[in-house]
Design a protein around this ligand. Structure first.
Ligand code: FES
Length: 188
């Protein structure tokens, strides 16, 4: 078996992936990334099998997700089989192999938020963004997720946009935070 060594592109970024992510975000296309930064990250962790998860997290930070085309490169760098790296990615729900929005909107589904109207907050967010949970807007601006508790129950109902937490939400506050509705943005 030579699967781990079959990364014939070892040392190179797969073709077509080295473009400016922000520009492509603007164009509404699949995000790509800075190949120099990706190389720098992979080389920094090279040969250290035990740091696979930090390596994957950093790749995700640079690219916005873990491009499947990079998995053989990552596997080769840490001396693993691509299928093993894929297995680790599948195990951790915070690692993603699909493009995600520039901002992740996380709505709390916990009890404290639920009893204070969290369900209607989620409904408003869905309507505003025009997507369901787990989905990303076509312009790659937002990904919508839910969690069991954000950790600030006293301010319920809560949501996060990126790393910023917003509490004591109501529909008009959600609209102010998220700006122009995505669902209507193509129409006017
Ligand atoms: S239940 Fe929503 S923040 Fe804890």
């Amino acid at each position: 078996m030579t699967e781990a060594g079959s990364a014939s592109g070892a040392g190179t970024i797969p073709p077509g992936l080295g473009m400016d992510a922000d520009n492509l975000h603007r164009l509404g296309q699949t995000p790509v990334f800075d190949p120099v930064r990706v190389e720098e990250v992979i080389n920094r962790y090279r040969g250290k099998r035990w740091v696979l998860i930090p390596l994957l997290q950093e790749i995700q930070e640079v690219c916005g997700y873990i491009p499947p085309a990079l998995i053989p490169r990552i596997a080769e760098a840490v001396g693993m089989f691509p299928v093993q790296v894929q297995g680790v990615i599948s195990f951790y729900s915070q690692l993603h192999t699909e493009p995600r929005g520039k901002k992740v909107v996380t709505v709390c589904r916990g009890t404290a938020c639920h009893v204070r109207g969290g369900r209607s907050i989620l409904k408003v967010v869905k309507e505003h963004l025009g997507i369901e949970e787990g989905e990303t807007t076509p312009d790659l601006e937002y990904t919508l997720e839910t969690v069991a508790c954000i950790g600030v129950c006293a301010l319920a109902p809560n949501m996060m946009v990126g790393r910023t937490t917003y509490g004591s939400l109501n529909p008009s506050k959600v609209a102010r935070i998220l700006g122009r509705p995505k669902a209507a943005s193509g129409g006017d």
